[in-house]
Design a protein around this ligand. Structure first.
Ligand code: B12
Ligand code: SF4
Length: 533
């Protein structure tokens, strides 16, 4: 999809929808403490890696770059990947292809394909629902069952926090690895589960722990990483695969670090020690609501689970839904307060949203509760309801959502502080653990705390006084604890880098107040390419 993204325009870009994971939907109320970074479009990178036809991937183009590409090369097929919010961009790109490269066949894929009657909205030749690698291989006459090759993907780009852009050195950022798509839990609102088959269904790119281990070794060597962002909707649900991966990691002495998505019931299939030995250091987990009835949460004490994970050095990113059926203006505040009580390292809040393709969408459509005339660009859970809620108005849905983000920040402080706390707890607990892989991992993490992170704590402690003095004191206490463990280095870094970070944080706050936004760079990557002579 073409950019720029973080602006309001006629193609469905929205200023509240920047191309940034954390700032878009997790840390967006945290001002200059918000974690900012971009992620590549992994779906099309996966497709490119797995076809033998000459192929270019154009990621985050401008319209001009897209037009230039269409006119300087002759493409038989133009594949366009999009999610629902960007459907107007799909329409515009199809129009451009018809005009500038009329012989090309247009193939549309990704979540946008779930829009009912999409074919009437855009001018394309094929609309592909679900998994795209096998579709594209089949279309090109290649073997759709051949093993999946995994591209070496650096997970995040141009990371920025407290007004500082972190240096991008080889091995410094996790690699993304995609073991599966879809999730068999089939929660009614879940678009990724529905898109890949719904309840009971998912597609494994790598069935076994052995296959996964080999792929990860290849990527480790190529990118010099020890850290992996595991892009699998519910990685821990596949216990046999995860436990085999652990066996192989142990045999080979791999001190890897995994960031995973997992539901509470899946996490509870493991002991804390198993998770720690597997290298799980960050979990994105649906908390949904203290009173929700989702199967994955049944019988789970989420307060205990989130606390336990953090005590074992595992950072928790909770995800809470605003606007479930039982929510009312009277109880929603208490529900949000309870979510904030979990004190997770990060907290995502999302509106309950019937998205095309999901069971919830069908249900709302049948009940006649979908609001007419809501632009697809605004159906994503970070703006306002797109359905008639029994008790909460559309405008109030946004107010409650915004307040939830603010309240979490105000009560729990910047996520960077919280994750320092979790990492220190992990190191204190595991620094003498018998398995050297585990010790090595926590030592790597604690080095970050003694260095730049302690300086960040110094700056946060001062800047956060104006938001919440109590939290500022907690940050101070944590810094003192770090300095007690590492008296010389930690103090030196706080004293030397702290004031610089405080200055850059405040400068960033002014820039953001003046409307500064960030956009990803354009990428063009060619494979099996023979330049025209
Ligand atoms: C990484 C990511 C991002 C990155 C950006 C990625 C990018 N470069 O565009 C960031 C963090 C910036 C982002 C932002 C947003 N995202 Co996002 N994001 C994801 C995430 C976590 C991973 C995507 C991924 O790579 N998956 C793995 C790959 C392998 O799967 P895939 O992309 O679906 O691709 C497969 C098929 O769809 C298909 N396919 C894909 N493209 C094509 C193209 C062709 C031609 C063909 C044939 C097939 C095909 O084949 C692929 C292989 O099987 C997904 C969740 C998820 N688990 O997928 C959400 C998700 C895609 N995001 C979503 C949303 C809503 C957003 C936001 C609006 C934020 C928000 N409010 O939630 C913004 C929009 C930003 C913008 N302005 O466009 C929704 C989309 C919902 C929908 N039904 O449209 C998802 C599904 C999350 C969710 N569960 O709600 N996102
Ligand atoms: S457990 Fe998570 S990923 Fe799986 S269906 Fe439910 S919401 Fe989707």
């Amino acid at each position: 999809m073409f950019g720029p993204y973080a602006q309001d325009d006629e193609f469905g870009s929205r200023s509240i929808n920047p191309m940034e994971l954390y700032h878009n939907q997790v840390t967006r109320a945290q001002g200059s403490f918000s974690l900012r970074m971009f992620h590549r479009s992994w779906g099309i990178m996966m497709i490119q890696e797995n076809i033998s036809a000459p192929c270019s991937v154009l990621d985050f183009p401008t319209r001009e770059a897209f037009a230039r590409e269409l006119t300087t090369n002759r493409y038989d097929v133009v594949g366009i990947s999009s999610i629902i919010v960007n459907v107007l961009k799909v329409r515009e790109m199809c129009r451009m292809v018809r005009e500038l490269s009329p012989e090309s066949v247009i193939v549309i894929g990704g979540h946008v394909a779930a829009i009912p009657a999409l074919d009437a909205m855009i001018d394309a030749d094929h609309i592909v629902r679900g998994e795209g690698i096998s579709w594209m291989r089949r279309y090109l006459g290649e073997d759709e069952n051949a093993p999946i090759r995994h591209p070496a993907i650096v997970s995040g780009l141009q990371t920025r926090i407290m007004g500082v852009r972190l240096p991008q050195r080889k091995g410094g950022t996790a690699a993304t690895i995609i073991p599966s798509v879809g999730c068999p839990m089939g929660c009614n609102f879940c678009t990724t589960s529905a898109f890949f088959g719904g309840k009971g269904k998912f597609i494994n790119f790598y069935e076994t722990g052995d296959e996964l281990f080999d792929v990860m070794c290849g990527i480790e060597a190529e990118l010099e990483v020890k850290s992996f962002f595991v892009m699998d909707e519910n990685f821990l649900l596949h216990r046999e695969r995860a436990m085999r991966l652990l066996e192989r990691m142990k045999e080979a002495g791999k001190s890897w670090e995994l960031s995973v998505f997992a539901s509470a019931n899946a996490i509870r299939k493991y002991t804390m020690l198993e998770l720690v030995e597997l290298g799980v250091s960050w979990v994105w987990m649906g908390l949904e609501s203290p009173r929700s009835s989702y199967g994955k949460l049944q019988g789970q004490d989420l307060m205990l689970l989130t606390r336990e994970l953090r005590e074992h050095g595992i950072r928790v990113q909770g995800s809470t839904i605003i606007g479930l059926e039982h929510h009312t203006p009277e109880n929603i505040i208490q529900e949000i307060e309870s979510a904030v009580d979990y004190e997770t390292d990060f907290h995502q809040f999302m509106l309950y949203t019937p998205v095309p393709g999901t069971p919830l969408y069908e249900e709302m459509a049948e009940q006649g509760r979908l609001l007419p005339n809501v632009d697809y660009a605004d159906i994503h859970g970070q703006y306002k309801f797109n359905f008639q809620h029994a008790a909460i108005s559309r405008d109030d849905s946004k107010r409650f959502l915004d307040w939830a983000f603010w309240r979490d920040f105000e009560r729990n402080g910047p996520s960077l502080y919280r994750l320092c706390q979790t990492m220190l707890q992990g190191w204190q607990r595991y620094k003498d653990y018998p398995d050297p892989r585990v010790r090595e991992r926590f030592t790597r993490q604690v080095k970050k705390i003694i260095g730049a992170y302690n300086a960040a704590l110094w700056a946060m402690e001062r800047d956060f006084k104006k938001v919440n003095r109590g939290v500022s004191e907690k940050i101070h206490k944590l810094r003192r604890e770090v300095e007690k463990e590492f008296p010389v280095v930690a103090r030196l870094t706080a004293a030397s880098m702290g004031p610089v970070l405080l200055w850059s944080t405040r400068r960033e706050a002014h820039r953001l107040a003046a409307g500064r936004t960030y956009e990803p760079p354009t990428f063009i990557e060619r494979s099996n390419w023979i330049p025209a002579s």
